[in-house]
Write a protein that binds this ligand. Structure first.
Ligand SMILES: Nc1ncnc2c1ncn2[C@@H]1O[C@H](COP(=O)(O)OP(=O)(O)O)[C@@H](O)[C@H]1O
Ligand SMILES: [Mg+2]
Length: 308
């Protein structure tokens, strides 16, 4: 879609929603709304928490710019609604969204495609206690809900005694939990836009790991652009990230989370199909270093919509 065509369309920025990441989404969504409005697009902000179908019809939205983190907005459900309503939308489709949001499904696809992931084990709520003995890799472990984001419910377990508490916490968010081998090394995130690598950022949290607080409290995490890696290691990381994006069939802008171990081996943690979109979020920062200002990045994302 060219800019000229886009200016004639009404763009609905979908924000908020009813997931645990609602507050973050409101911030991201308002930033997107304001930047598009400043560029004279015909844009409306829509809180997707309830009655989304009715609101989309009422506002006569031609294109949806999805800025919903977690829950229905990121797991393919809202994408499915938009498909049925024949409203073109930004980002990944139904299947890619669903796969990326589900850490069990995405890890299995990464494995099938030879993409490096930390050793992992899946624990289901109905056999939670039985399965501890099935974890066949050494401590520390990272215990996380299979389908959350923003590090919600994620705990690092250093000894077996603290495992059941972490498991219980993760299970309070859903019926499946991923237990992963903890990888010691550098945390790197790679931004991808319309099937090309934009670049990366290294995140250095001052807390135990990049948890919710470290993600959203100013000053708690240091961001290094580009990551301090050798050229060889950086290209391995970029290659793994792009393969992960492609393996899930993602579109638009994604941010791939990785840990690089001390030997320079990348491990993919996950692909975020709706990355944070405030002007200071990581993907916009990465895009900026690749020459896109915030509005330019948004235009590339909308322009990348295949349908419509
Ligand atoms: N296997 C791992 N080894 C080391 N740190 C990890 C591992 N898995 C997760 N983490 C830490 O937890 C954070 C959140 O994990 P992630 O899988 O990205 O879930 P979320 O969807 O909540 O962002 C990561 O950014 C990282 O700091
Ligand atoms: Mg993450």
């Amino acid at each position: 879609m060219t800019k000229k065509v886009l200016k004639k369309k009404k763009i609905g920025v979908l924000l908020g929603g009813d997931s645990s990441e609602r507050e973050v989404s409101l911030k991201s969504g308002m930033a997107v709304y304001k930047a598009l409005r400043a560029k004279k697009y015909n844009v409306v902000a829509i809180d997707a928490a309830r009655d989304l179908c009715r609101l989309l019809k009422k506002e006569r939205v031609d294109i949806a710019f999805i800025v919903l983190h977690g829950g229905h907005g990121e797991n393919g459900a809202v994408q499915g609604l938009l498909e049925v309503m024949k409203i073109p939308y930004t980002g990944s489709g139904v299947l890619a969204s669903a796969l990326a949001m589900d850490k069990e499904a995405s890890k299995k696809i990464f494995l099938y495609n030879g993409i490096p992931v930390p050793a992992f084990s899946i624990i289901r709520s109905d056999d939670a206690m039985k399965n501890k003995s099935a974890i066949r890799f050494p401590l520390p472990w990272v215990v996380k809900p299979a389908a959350e984001g923003s590090s919600v419910g994620v705990e690092i377990v250093k000894d077996e005694r603290s495992f059941s508490k972490a498991l219980k916490k993760a299970l309070s968010y859903g019926r499946r939990v991923v237990v992963e081998q903890y990888i010691k090394g550098k945390e790197v995130q790679i931004g991808i836009l319309n099937d090309k690598v934009l670049g990366g950022v290294e995140v250095r949290p001052s807390l135990e790991f990049y948890n919710y607080e470290a993600k959203y409290t100013a000053g708690l995490t240091e961001y290094i652009l580009p990551p301090q890696l050798s050229q060889k290691t950086y290209s391995k990381a970029k290659k793994a990230a792009l393969s992960a994006h492609r393996a899930l069939g993602c579109s638009g802008a994604t941010r791939v989370d990785l840990i690089i171990d001390n030997k320079g081996n990348p491990f993919v943690l996950e692909v975020n199909t709706i990355p944070g979109m405030t002007e200071t979020s990581l993907l916009p920062k990465i895009a900026q270093s690749a020459g896109y200002d915030f509005a330019g990045l948004l235009e590339e994302i909308v322009g990348g919509i295949v349908a419509g």
